[in-house]
Design a protein around this ligand. Structure first.
Ligand code: SF4
Length: 456
């Protein structure tokens, strides 16, 4: 018997239960995907599966894919190629492809890979365990199924079934809305995740209460357009935030990702009224600093409109820090328009910027736009933008040195396991020495800084 399999079986023996099987999930991409994998783990464990130590000893492997990066499908097929030896060694092994590439590629996955047993899109996450059960019970019709239809219960996953990775660190993600009704010309999300569907506020508050009673202090509400949240009773994020902030034990609330066009005055007022529990950090993707480019991206706001939102937030919450996403080299972006993005980054003075060179995505409107530019030029713009931002972040982070901050400890630092790592309410990453444990709120004195973190 393989050593890892032996270890898992010993673990089962210690638990005093016979496992249905061992599962292994590989997750790519955003927090939505990380959280979908948490839901999948919870559902599998409810059905008696235990977590495998890795691909080697798994009976079930799920690949939770992301299509946001360039050539996502090619990367997935090359990854699936690596599964061939496992499938040969264990013909009973069931491999499922989930996530946005599953939604996007559907049937094509079976044409290009013979190791895959089933395909489930993010709109149908709730069906994974049913499909698995059928396959493992020998139902030949279940093999080779593609399920990409919308399932209402994918968002209404009972929260007590979610296996949360972050609970031990005092923080957890909570889905409030799935899908997106916008049609940004570069984006595949509306194709892969479908239209918006909102979870009832009572269900969300129930989950928040349950998490808080387990010692979770920080919750992050998730959605592709989280501030578009509106449940069937008309409750919006402006109602949800203050209600969640009232729950005993809730110390920090965050939400991501917000759309600038839906950052209403009412929501800003609600954030201010529920601060400091609503943390003084907001990720508000701008994507470009030129109104012309924003129009071609079909973002639904212009430069001035975006800056008015920032100003409205700063007026209500003067300590608020901002993060954003930027795409450079969008089709037709002139040098002047690119420089407008540089000037906007300086004007807002973001503390975090995720920047990307534009790359084509299947079945998006941007493919029809003229003015594509050579890769080298896009990457040169990206380099200039990142250099400018790094200098700004270094300067901004230096201003923190000498202050005492409250850090929610996440665990050991990946770069230096001697140190602990965690975040301040402003979402600043702090790496520090000393005694701590994951999930602890710790006061840390800041002694040094870099462009990307603070050191205490
Ligand atoms: S708002 Fe635009 S970029 Fe964001 S998920 Fe929707 S379509 Fe994509």
């Amino acid at each position: 018997m393989h050593k890892l399999q032996e270890r898992s079986l010993l673990r089962e023996k210690a638990d005093g239960r016979k496992a249905t099987g061992r599962y292994h999930i590989e997750t790519w991409g955003c927090q939505m995907n990380v959280h979908d994998s948490e839901k999948l783990s919870g559902a599998l464990e409810r059905d008696g599966y235990v977590r495998a130590d890795g691909r080697e000893d798994a009976d079930v492997i799920l690949l939770n894919t992301c299509s946001i990066r360039e050539k996502a499908a090619e990367k997935m097929f090359s990854e699936l190629g690596r599964f061939v030896p496992y499938k040969r060694r264990n013909p009973e092994l069931v491999i499922g492809v989930c996530g946005c590439v599953a939604q996007q590629e559907g049937e094509r996955i079976f044409r290009r890979s013979d190791v895959v047993d089933f395909v489930v899109g993010p709109r149908a996450t709730a069906t994974v365990t049913r499909t698995l059960e059928r396959i493992r019970n020998g139902d030949v019709q279940a093999r080779g199924t593609v399920d990409t239809e919308y399932r209402n219960d994918s968002i209404r996953f009972p929260y007590d079934e979610i296996r949360r990775e972050g609970v031990g660190t005092g923080k957890a993600f909570v889905t409030v809305i799935e899908g997106c009704n916008h049609r940004c010309t570069y984006c595949v999300v509306p194709n892969t995740r479908g239209r918006e569907i909102c979870r009832p506020m009572t269900s969300i508050l129930g989950e928040v209460g349950s998490l808080a009673s387990q010692g979770v202090m920080e919750m992050e509400f998730l959605g592709q357009t989280v501030n578009a949240y509106r449940d069937e009773d008309g409750n919006t994020l402006a109602d949800l935030l203050p209600a969640a902030a009232e729950i005993e034990g809730v110390r920090r609330l965050r939400f991501t990702t917000s759309h600038p066009a839906q950052m209403t005055d009412r929501l800003m007022d609600a954030m201010a009224s529920a601060s400091p529990t609503v943390c003084p950090y907001l990720h508000l993707p701008v994507q470009a600093g030129s109104s012309e480019v924003l129009k071609r991206m079909r973002r639904g706001y212009d430069r001035e409109g975006y800056l008015r939102k920032i100003e409205g937030l700063r007026r209500r919450m003067p300590d608020m820090l901002f993060g954003t996403d930027v795409i450079v080299g969008f089709p037709g972006e002139s040098e002047e328009q690119f420089e407008e993005t540089l000037s906007l980054l300086n004007e807002v003075a973001y503390d975090t910027v995720y920047s990307f060179a534009y790359s084509e995505r299947p079945a998006t409107k941007a493919l029809e736009l003229d003015g594509g530019m050579p890769q080298a030029e896009k990457h040169e713009r990206l380099r200039r933008l990142q250099e400018q931002q790094k200098t700004l972040q270094e300067r901004r982070n230096r201003q923190w040195v000498g202050r005492d901050v409250e850090v929610l400890v996440e665990g050991r630092s990946k770069r230096n396991p001697e140190r602990w790592t965690g975040r301040t309410p402003e979402n600043r990453v702090v790496n520090f020495d000393g005694e701590a444990f994951p999930g602890q709120l710790k006061n840390v004195k800041l002694l040094d800084s870099s462009a990307f973190c603070l050191i205490g």
